[in-house]
Design a protein around this ligand. Structure first.
Ligand SMILES: Nc1nc2c(ncn2[C@@H]2O[C@H](COP(=O)(O)OP(=O)(O)OP(=O)(O)O)[C@@H](O)[C@H]2O)c(=O)[nH]1
Ligand SMILES: [Mg+2]
Length: 632
């Protein structure tokens, strides 16, 4: 069974609702006020089944929109998800302002299929009908509704004239439509929220992409509330699943009617992010009354959502009526947008549709500055080129598959297969869980090697640069740095010893007398046990100058050959290890030790005993309690 969504469009009172009723038998005007005033105010819904030529069932959902100029914003909430439009023109009135405005909107939203319906055919004679037909033909020239590519059918909802032809035209067009993508990520812009007795919260909308099943966990954006699908209805009938292109009602657990509004979107959980800015391709209608200036504020409509937006033009100071330009939109509040989304802009006062366009990028946080070359690639490039550009934009930061899914709104498996292609061509590379473009990765690798080599030059007596310092210097995240360092090790560009990075074959290069001095210092302390000499005395006995001998000490401390426990006292690590062992042995005899006992145990004077005990406290070998220490 195929499902398609048909929208009505056209001026007030031209017979849209009457036409939907004639086709489906359903009265789409459901509000009291609509019935009283005889006009449509909000969206109306109806449906019918037809049989395609091959006998297949065709389920047609109708979205009936209001024609009144005051309710264009409601019309906008309905037309975002339609496959096909019935442009309604009353034979007794011809083309009127909202015929034009609705038709502008349909074109800006990229609607590509439709039928022009000349309604109220019973109210005019054949000549007048012919005049209106010519007027319509003129109006539609060069558009997706240009006859004879798209049919024009005269209908009377009163007499039923033209209704069979209209149904046949609907079937013909429905058969040519590309089915919507049920494999894509779920996207349901909410158009109604209400409670149903015995069920609780119900939302409705046109499922523009994906498949929703019962019990599915979904997310509402903006806000991020998690909900569970308790029940599904498609065109008023219970269903196990709703597929892209269907009018869908969902009974939701996890949210009340106060939490949900028209304009919110239901999405797969933890997949998308909202944004406060987006880069777009914008077109100003030829009928717009003024040029659009940089920094103008306008109403923004996309699917069922509306917002206020400030327009920052990319290059021009203003856009003239009829022109296109790249722009960055700044939203007052976070919105959910995905590349490829169509939108409409309307000026504030008087409220009037002035333009629209297509969202190119909603992940503008990746670059605070405008990004003209990148945006042009998004506008003109194929899916793979766009993906490569999205990766390159992140430079050495890289980007994960999950982030690419969120940025593009495209399913994971498609992204992964394109990533595999790009990796094969060498344009991008996998780095841990992230993907980097080749030039950024090469530049980062070079920086790591250069920084390591510079460190050796500036610190000849140190084994190498610590990993963390190196990572900081090259400005990489741990997620990128670790795998890149591992790559460089495999490529024999660097070596890593413990936490220290150095170039292969490099490390500390000591001159002969320095090496000899190092041994002298080490021996002096190793043989002293706990009764260590003063460091300055040891250094004074060396053949090298103080600056160099200090560097050697730094090196010994860094490698933890010597350990400094106070400003004055330095010990060889073997002496301290032995001390720990002795303290541990003592614990078997006594759980505590005081200063006097410590002096006896180690044979050191008070001058050494106090700093040593304080060191042991810091090391959590002992714990001071008043005058004694417990052995931990
Ligand atoms: N004679 C005649 N009257 C019609 C026909 N279609 C609609 N009407 C009448 O025209 C009036 C307006 O029709 P609606 O269907 O409510 O018009 P609409 O386009 O839905 O109006 P809005 O939703 O307010 O924009 C009603 O009084 C209808 O009875 C028709 O084919 N023939
Ligand atoms: Mg109506």
């Amino acid at each position: 069974m195929r499902s398609i969504i048909v929208g009505t469009a056209g001026h007030i009172d031209h017979g849209k609702t009457a036409l939907v009723k004639t086709l489906t038998g359903i009265e789409a005007d459901r509000l009291q006020e609509e019935k009283r005033r005889g006009i449509t105010i909000d969206l109306g819904f109806a449906h019918m089944d037809l049989h395609a030529a091959n006998g297949d069932l065709l389920r047609i959902g109708f979205i009936d929109v209001p024609g009144h100029e005051r309710f264009v914003r409601n019309m906008l909430a309905g037309v975002g998800g339609i496959d096909l439009v019935l442009l309604v023109i009353a034979a007794d009135e011809g083309i009127k302002p909202q015929t034009r405005e609705h038709f502008d909107i349909l074109q800006l939203l990229g609607v590509r299929h439709g039928i022009t319906v000349l309604t109220k055919a019973d109210t005019v004679d054949a000549d007048t009908l012919e005049v209106v037909r010519l007027e319509a033909e003129d109006f539609l020239r060069g558009t997706f509704l240009e006859p004879p590519k798209a049919p024009t059918i005269a209908v009377s909802s009163l007499t039923g004239v033209g209704v069979p032809e209209l149904k046949k035209a609907l079937i013909d067009i429905a058969e040519q439509l590309e089915p919507r993508d049920s494999q894509a990520l779920i996207r349901l812009p909410i158009d109604r929220v209400f409670t149903m007795k015995g069920f609780g919260t119900v939302v409705t909308g046109t499922l523009v992409a994906g498949t929703i099943r019962c019990e599915e966990a979904l997310e509402v954006r903006p806000g991020g509330r998690r909900v569970r699908v308790r029940g599904i209805q498609v065109h008023g009938q219970n269903a196990d699943a709703a597929f892209a292109g269907q009018r869908t009602a969902l009974n939701l657990a996890g949210a009340t009617t106060e939490d949900l509004f028209r304009g919110m979107t239901l999405l797969p959980a933890e997949t998308f992010e909202t944004t406060r800015s987006a880069d777009v391709s914008l077109q100003l209608l030829a009928s717009a009354p003024h040029p659009l200036k940089n920094r103008a504020r306008v109403h923004f409509h996309s699917y069922t959502m509306e917002a206020v937006v400030e327009i920052l033009l990319y290059e021009a100071k203003q856009i003239a009526p009829g022109e296109r330009a790249l722009a960055r939109f700044k939203f007052d509040d976070p919105v959910l947008l995905v590349p490829g989304d169509r939108f409409i802009i309307r000026q504030f006062s008087p409220v009037l549709t002035i333009g629209g366009g297509i969202v190119l990028d909603a992940a503008t946080e990746a670059r605070a500055q405008k990004q003209p070359d990148f945006v042009r690639t998004l506008l003109n490039g194929d899916a793979r080129t766009v993906l490569a550009a999205r990766i390159a934009r992140r430079r050495q930061g890289g980007i994960s598959v999950a982030r690419l899914v969120a940025e593009t709104g495209r399913p994971k498996n498609m992204i992964e297969s394109e990533l595999a292609d790009l990796c094969r061509t060498g344009a991008i590379e996998r780095v841990g869980d992230l993907f980097l473009d080749k030039p950024s990765l090469d530049a980062l690798k070079l920086r790591v090697v250069t920084a390591s080599s510079d460190f050796h030059k500036n610190n000849p007596l140190v084994a190498g640069i610590s990993k963390e310092e190196l990572r900081d210097q090259v400005g990489a995240s741990s997620a990128v740095f670790e795998p890149v360092a591992a790559m460089l090790v495999r490529e024999r560009k660097i070596e890593i010893t413990g936490d220290v990075v150095h170039l292969p074959g490099r490390g500390v290069v000591l001159k002969d007398e320095e090496a000899e001095s190092k041994k002298t210092i080490e021996n002096a302390f190793a043989s002293a046990g706990l009764k260590v000499p003063a460091l300055h005395e040891v250094l004074a006995g060396l053949k090298i100058d103080t600056a160099r001998s200090q560097k050697i000490v730094t090196l010994l401390l860094r490698d933890r050959v010597l350990i400094k426990i106070s400003d004055q006292l330095v010990f060889h690590h073997t002496a301290l290890d032995a001390l720990r062992r002795e303290i541990a042995l003592r614990k078997a005899k006594s759980p505590t030790i005081d200063v006097t006992q410590f002096k006896e145990l180690t044979g050191v004077s008070r001058k050494y005993a106090i700093p040593l005990l304080e060191y042991l406290d810091r090391e959590r070998v002992t714990k001071r309690v008043g005058d004694v220490r417990t052995i931990v």
